[in-house]
Design a protein around this ligand. Structure first.
Ligand code: XMP
Ligand code: MG
Length: 182
């Protein structure tokens, strides 16, 4: 089993790069079909979503805008429950626009909930959510928030790679890894 060591923790391979890319091909085609040539605004949630964002954007054939927000609710390997908006610098005008939020992972859903509250104040036409990874067992807003595009449903494991980090490390790994059980 392929493993990597990041500081004090060992991670084992979970989703290989070729599966991630095949899945992104499918997701991006769904997004293209649904949104079409409407000049959407993609909003990428940094830091983790930068690689996923670039793969989705590369596959979007029409005009679009791309903007970035820096948010985090994680400290170490658990969700802190406190969402901190560290940058709020959206330049695009969002009124009456199709917005597609791009997330690396939706866990409890606290981050996306707070972001949706924020974005809805700009009177967009529609807000869709695309996430590479989703943890259905811990998501708190099942009846409230629809996640439109999901790459992979995963168990409640801490994962790294493909943009996701442990204490800042692991974002450059091309495969996704999960914390190795002790
Ligand atoms: P919530 O709980 O607000 O969490 O949905 C979403 C944010 O927390 C980070 N997160 C993770 N980061 N491995 C990571 O590297 C994980 O397993 C993980 N789970 C959540 C992530 O930044 C996400 O946007
Ligand atoms: Mg994130």
């Amino acid at each position: 089993m392929k493993t990597v060591q990041l500081n004090d923790k060992t991670f084992e391979i979970y989703i290989p790069q070729n599966e991630i890319e095949k899945r992104i091909d499918v997701l991006s085609q769904e997004i293209v079909n649904d949104i079409g040539d409407t000049t959407p605004v993609f909003i990428s949630v940094l830091n983790g979503a930068f690689l996923f964002t670039s793969e989705i954007i590369k596959r979007f054939p029409y005009n679009c805008e791309v903007d970035f927000l820096k948010i985090s609710s994680y400290v170490g390997t658990t969700s802190s429950g406190n969402v901190s908006l560290t940058t709020n610098s959206i330049k695009a005008s969002l009124e009456n626009r199709n917005i597609v939020v791009l997330e690396d992972i939706i866990d409890t859903g606290l981050t996306i909930k707070s972001l949706l509250n924020d974005l809805s104040t700009y009177s967009p036409k529609k807000i869709s959510i695309a996430t590479l990874l989703f943890k259905p067992d811990v998501f708190k807003f099942k009846n409230e928030i629809e996640i439109n595009y999901i790459g992979f449903d995963i168990a409640n494991d801490f994962v790294v790679g493909y943009g996701l980090d442990y204490n800042g490390l692991g974002r450059n790994l091309l495969d996704i890894y999960k914390l190795k059980p002790l």
